[in-house]
Design a binder for this molecule. Structure first.
Ligand code: GLN
Length: 472
């Protein structure tokens, strides 16, 4: 029996290398777990059993023939349903794309493939990544494996649940306003949103292009680092992607680091989250880091700013789903009716709401008051981060205000639902990297703590995260 609970990428690769285990055996252990648990959890919308098996066999053969295992040889990955895998359905959790087959591999898929990864299947998500609970998926919600009455978070809820139920060693998600970090927090796993531009978005179905980033959900910070190193880099198919500039990343990580504790309004913050924060700050202090209080006064505008910019981009990105080009078509009497019928029946409520909101904030009469202004506020928020990062190397704050909530608890109150993102959206608006790491205060539902670092300084996140994880 493989101890999946304590398996990490490094351990798995080591075992495969030493011939203690085969890629096939690892795969079978995960597939068995998926078979046992997915019926209830609904983390996966589809599993690729035969292909995965063939792929694991191929890797075993190569290793038997004497090839050194690659960084991810035989590592089983779950892929969010908005990342294209050639020849596979990719539905973004939406009915409108239920029968859409991807015609090419996303750049991250290509990279993972050549690093030896095995793809287990595609994971459930909020429709087009819009949501914080996976309840907006057209294919039913995903349950939190830690408590089946609760949501796994979202929108990458299926990916987080897959890792948390030991249904994958690693999962890939996307984060537009917190969709990797918040579900990671709710499911007790690590979630990394990299610097904007450090990972190619080619082949990721766009939600809000200036905010979207692909990143890993893993069990340990080291695993997140390994996967990030495979994913990152310039891709000529995504003009916003770039190599991490050496003048930034080459800087030494002098010890102690200066950690800024963000001052925030703690009404609405639940007890586990508050305790986890306190505990983490104390640990970071004992580890010898310099703890300072920092303020980001404009942060209170981050959420309203996000909820203007994001729907504006959503309305533009979703315009292509018109019944003609992709997937689902519901025919009307004429072309306009085709569009209206298709989009009315193909999109769920949340998607329709955001498309309307986006069209409104972009409309000629309101552009200046909303979209134009939000763009200015965004630039100011970015400047504020630049200023704070002159004084500190990282910022620490909660990932979400609460632990995982119950199904239906926030579906009728969108403001409450949107408030789940209050601590995460600022990193997307500014483009900085951020990581959520499970807090360590013992029993009960987990709460993630979040570190943010300056642009392209994922190394700081990994260092702090690993130190925190190994603190005795
Ligand atoms: N929960 C946020 C939203 O609903 C973030 C989504 C995301 O990061 N994809 O927009």
């Amino acid at each position: 029996m493989i101890d999946l609970k304590n398996l990490s990428i490094k351990k798995a690769i080591g075992m495969i290398h030493d011939g203690d285990i085969s890629a096939r055996e690892i795969l079978l252990a995960y597939q068995e777990n998926i078979k046992k648990k997915n019926g209830e959890v609904n983390a996966y919308l589809e599993t690729f059993n035969e292909e995965a098996f063939a792929r694991a066999e191929e890797i075993d053969k190569q290793i038997l023939a004497g090839d050194e295992p690659k960084v991810l040889s035989g590592i089983p990955f779950a892929i969010k349903d908005n990342i294209l895998i050639k020849g596979k359905t990719c539905s973004a959790g939406s009915k409108i794309l239920e029968n859409y087959t991807a015609t090419y591999d996303a750049s991250v898929i290509k990279k993972l493939r050549s690093a030896g990864a095995v793809f287990l299947g595609r994971t459930n998500m909020d429709e087009f990544a819009m949501g914080s609970s996976t309840e907006t998926s057209a294919f039913g919600p995903t349950k939190n494996p830690l408590d089946l009455e609760r949501v796994p978070g979202g929108s990458s809820g299926g990916s987080a649940a897959a890792v948390a139920m030991d249904g994958a060693l690693v999962a890939i998600g996307s984060d537009t306003g917190g969709s990797i970090r918040q579900p990671a927090s709710f499911c007790g796993v690590v979630g990394l949103k990299p610097t904007y531009g450090s990972v190619s978005r080619y082949g990721l179905m766009a939600m809000a292009s200036s905010l979207d980033q692909i990143g890993p959900l893993t069990k340990t910070v080291e695993d997140a680092e390994i996967v990030f190193n495979v994913l990152k880099g310039r891709d000529e198919n995504d003009s916003t992607s770039m190599e991490s500039p050496e003048r930034i990343t080459k800087k030494d990580l002098q010890k102690p680091l200066r950690i800024g504790v963000l001052k925030y309004d703690d009404s609405g913050i639940d007890e586990t989250v508050a305790k986890t924060m306190k505990d983490t700050i104390a640990k970071m202090d004992k580890l010898g880091h310099e703890i300072k209080e920092v303020e980001l006064p404009l942060l209170k505008y981050a959420l309203p700013c996000y909820y203007i910019i994001m729907p504006a981009e959503v309305s533009a990105n979703l315009a292509r789903f018109d019944g003609v080009r992709y997937g689902f078509l519901k025919q009307g009497e004429n072309l306009l009716e085709d569009y209206m019928e298709t989009r009315g029946a193909g999109f769920g409520r949340e998607a329709r709401k955001r498309v309307m909101l986006g069209a409104y904030v972009l409309s000629a009469g309101y552009y200046d008051a909303y979209y134009g202004k939000a763009g200015k506020v965004r630039a100011m928020i970015k400047k504020e981060f630049q200023k704070v990062f002159k004084d500190v190397d990282a910022i620490i704050l909660p990932t979400a205000p609460t632990v995982a909530f119950k199904f239906g608890e926030k579906t009728n109150d969108p403001i409450q639902m949107y408030l789940s993102d209050v601590f995460t959206v600022s990193a997307n608006l500014a483009g900085i990297p951020a990581i959520s790491i499970p807090g360590r205060i013992g029993e009960g539902l987990p709460a993630g703590i979040q570190f943010m670092a300056p642009w392209f300084r994922e190394d700081i996140l990994f260092k702090l995260g690993k130190e925190y994880e190994s603190y005795e």
